[in-house]
Design a protein around this ligand. Sequence first.
Ligand SMILES: NC(=O)c1ccc[n+]([C@@H]2O[C@H](COP(=O)([O-])OP(=O)(O)OC[C@H]3O[C@@H](n4cnc5c(N)ncnc54)[C@H](O)[C@@H]3O)[C@@H](O)[C@H]2O)c1
Length: 398
Amino acid sequence: MAAVKKAPAKKAAAPKKPAVPPGKKFRKVKMGIIGCGMISDTYFQASKKFNVIEVVACSDIIPERAKKKEEMYGCKAMTNEELLARKDIEIVLNLTPPQVHSRIAMDTLNAGKHAYSEKPFGVDEADAAKVMALAKKKGLRVGCAPDTFLGGGIQTCRKMLDDGWIGKPIAATAMVLGRGPEKWGQAPFFYDYGAGPMLDLGPYYVTALVNFFGPAKSVTAITKKGSKFRTLGAEVGETYKDIYKPFDRYPVTVTTHLTGVIEFQNGVLATVIASFEAYAHNHPPIEIYGDEGTLLVPDPNTFGGPVKVFRHGENKWIEAPLSHIYTENSRSIGAADMAIALQTGRKHRCNGDLANHVLEIMLAFDKSSKLGRKVDLKTTCERPEPLQLGLEHGEVEK
Ligand SMILES: NC(=O)c1ccc[n+]([C@@H]2O[C@H](COP(=O)([O-])OP(=O)(O)OC[C@H]3O[C@@H](n4cnc5c(N)ncnc54)[C@H](O)[C@@H]3O)[C@@H](O)[C@H]2O)c1
C-alpha cells in the first residue's frame, strides 16, 4: 500500500514588511535621529522632501534638545534606548560628535537597525573597523555622510567626466583652506581628536574625488600644527560653556595644515590641501585636468554649481548647465538612497566601504608625514553609481 503523503509542513511566516502604497514603487522607511545639535535642523528639514523616508523619533543626551525638535518637527522625543527599542524604526541617523559616532553606530547595529552616521566614519581606523565588522556579522547596512556628492553640482561634473568632456583625467587639485572655526562656540571640538580640517572638511573633498576617480592607491603628505592654542570668541556654545569662557585659550591637538598627493588606482594624482591656517585664499575647491581640458568643480560641501569647463581648442571657460536636480541643501539624500537600496537589494551609494576608504585616505596624511614616506592604502571601495537623470523632486530612483 502506498504510503500516505504527509501534508507539507507550514512554512514559517515571513517577517511582516509595511506594504508599498498603491501607485508607489517604494515604501516609506521610518528613521530616528540621535543627536539633536546644530546640524540636526538641516536633516529634520531636508528629509521631509524625500518620499521614502520619515523621521519619527529623536533623542539627545541633553533631553531638552530632543524635546525642542519634537516641538519644531513633530517627531517623538525620547531617550537613545527608547529610540533603539522602537520596532518601526529601520534606520538610525547618528548626528552626534565624531568621538561618539562609532559607539552609537554599534548600539544601533546591536539593536538590529541600519546605521547612518554623520562624517567622519570614525576617529581612527580601529574605530571604523569595529563598526564594519559588526555590520557584516549582523547583516545590516552602514552609511555615512557626506551625501553632497549626490547633489546637482557634483553629479553634473561626474557626468561630464564620464562623457569625456575633458578627455582622460590626469590630475586634480582639491583645496579647502580657511582660518578654521576658532572663534565659534563649538570651536574646541574642531581642534580635537577626530576633527581638524582634514577629518571635518576633508570628507567632502576626498569623497568627491573617489566619486570622480574611484578608489585610491597611496598617499604622500606632510602635515603640521600651526599653533598649540587657539582663542575662543565671545559666543561660547552651550556644549562647552562649563569648560571654556570667552577668549579662553584652548588646546589644538590635531594638525591644522595638511598637504599631500593622493594617487588613485586609475592613475590620477590629486594634490590636496586641508588647512585651518589661511585667513584668505583664491584657490577653487576642486579642479580636474584632463588631456582635452579642465573641469572646475563647485564646492563639494554644497549641492549646487557652478560647473565650468575649459576645452582645448575652444580656449575659453564655459559654464555648463546642471544635468541633475538637488542643487539646494539636501542632506539626508544619502539616507533616502539607503532606504531604497534596502528594498531593492542594491548597494547604497554613501556606504560603509566608501566612508571607510575615505577615512583611511584622510588619516594617511598624518601617517605619511610621521613616517616620512608614501603610505600604501589597505582598504578599497567601488566607485559609487551616478544618480539617474530625469529624477523628480522627492525621488532618488525612478
Ligand atoms: N554643524 C555643522 O554645520 C555640521 C555640518 C556637517 C556635518 N556636521 C557633523 O555632524 C555631527 C554633529 O555636529 P553638530 O555641529 O550638530 O554638533 P553639536 O555639538 O551641535 O550636536 C551634537 C549633539 O549630539 C548630542 N550627543 C552627544 N553625545 C550623545 C550621545 N551619546 N547620545 C545622544 N546624543 C549625544 C549632543 O548633546 C549634541 O546635542 C558632527 O559629526 C559634525 O562633524 C556638522
